[in-house]
Ligand binder design. Structure first.
Ligand SMILES: Cc1ncc(COP(=O)(O)O)c(C=O)c1O
Length: 396
């Protein structure tokens, strides 16, 4: 931490380096040191830092129109809503400024749907242990880590926590008042845990049977990160409501909740709103991101890069079994479980020009820009090799 730089921040982050520029899949600090970025601003900068078409689209939109309120239509917002609804395979979109706000909206929509059916509904929500949905009051209320929640209680009521990948544990919590089941299709912050087939399909059947909204949070695992545009596609089901953010704008702050017609129509004017959400500049970013994903065949690229990253990390595990106990995840969202402190690995990596992010208590998360090439993956493995060799030599 730099005490002088931190002076006017509310100290919620242990910031380290000062970055001034991005190039390709590298970040450059104020001293000109280059870092290979395996974190992509926490799964945001899917297109890397040098995508000229993306920058150009934003510059053009800045010259045309940056903001009008949601009392009016704008061309970029109409187009972006169409792109997103079609990509998700659901009907209607509400744009937000962040992931947490997308969660807030999704929870409100599920509660409004239940309220319309029964004005006495208690609007209960089942969330998952070790989940992460954001830091606003509603999002924190459904986040399954006690230390994120407890200092901020009382939170929104009616939330209970089930075990991820344990259908019986969810079933045991369902009551007549359950209006939503919310989960990440692949848990990120909690330690990179993909959902099993039986779990997701079982939840879909349960929600259909009891008329409960199935909310899938794809804020981190969506937008191509797992190799499909949305991770739920692996399971042959659809959610009722999907939340999206991060790579949706590839750097412009924008999120969304997307819903089927059946649920979406529960909300009417006055039920929800936002001043900035989906403004023309943010929406122009969303449009360009979808167009570039197609033009650059980002999913095709992930299909090639992801197995290489997996193999590379697995071969590191073979070389350092005393430090690396598991490699898991999907696509370009992989976790490496370590026996040493994950924050020590992250800090050592930073010293060695590599940006990594921790997840859970003992996992290193790999969520690089989706445009990453094999050479970058080799470079990352070389640095990790050096770090684990150092740990071995120095008796970590
Ligand atoms: C799965 C998931 N949901 C929600 C959020 C919250 O998004 P934001 O930080 O944009 O509010 C995050 C952020 O890391 C996330 O990973």
């Amino acid at each position: 931490m730099n005490t002088e730089k931190e002076r006017h921040f509310i100290h919620t982050y242990n910031r380290s380096v000062t970055f001034v520029k991005g190039e390709d899949v590298y970040l450059i600090d104020e001293n000109g040191k280059r870092y290979l970025d395996m974190g992509a601003g926490i799964a945001v900068s899917a297109l890397g830092y040098s995508c000229e078409e993306y920058r150009q689209a934003l510059k053009e939109q800045i010259d045309k129109l940056i903001h009008v309120s949601n009392l009016y239509y704008t061309e970029p917002a109409v187009k972006a809503a169409g792109y997103l609804a079609e990509a998700v395979g659901l009907d209607r979109v509400f744009f937000t400024n962040s992931g947490a706000e997308a969660i807030e909206g999704a929870l409100k929509l599920a509660r409004k749907y239940a309220y319309n059916k029964n004005k006495q509904s208690k609007g209960e929500i089942i969330a998952m242990e070790h989940s992460f949905h954001g830091r606003t009051m509603g999002a924190v209320s459904v986040t399954g880590t006690a230390h994120y929640r407890e200092p901020f209680e009382p939170l929104i009521g009616g939330v209970s926590f089930a075990k991820y990948n344990d259908l019986d544990s969810v079933k045991s919590l369902v009551t007549e008042d359950t209006c939503a089941i919310i989960l990440e299709t692949l848990q990120g912050e909690g330690g990179i845990y993909p959902a099993s087939d039986e779990f997701i399909r079982g939840l879909r059947a349960l929600c259909d049977e009891k008329e409960i909204a199935l909310i899938l949070d794809e804020i981190q695992c969506g937008m191509g990160r797992t190799g499909k545009l949305f991770a739920y596609e692996y399971y042959g089901i659809k959610p009722d409501i999907l939340t999206c953010a991060k790579a949706l704008g590839c750097g412009m702050p924008v999120g969304a909740f997307v819903a089927s017609e059946k649920f979406a129509k529960a909300m009417v004017p006055g039920d929800h709103g936002t001043t900035y959400g989906g403004n023309p500049l943010a929406a122009a970013a969303v449009c360009k991101v979808f167009e570039l994903y197609k033009e650059k065949d980002i999913l095709g690229h992930v299909a090639k890069a992801a197995p290489y990253l997996l193999e590379t990390l697995q071969s590191l595990q073979k070389r350092y079994p005393e430090f690396i106990t598991d490699i898991r995840g999907k696509g370009l969202m992989l976790g490496m479980e370590v026996t040493v402190k994950n924050s020590d690995v992250v800090a050592k990596a930073l010293e060695n020009n590599l940006i990594l992010i921790a997840a859970g208590s003992n996992v290193i998360r790999f969520v690089p820009p989706l445009v990453i090439e094999k050479g970058h993956i080799d470079e990352c493995a070389g640095i990790l090799d050096k770090i684990f060799a150092y740990f071995r030599e120095n008796g970590k």
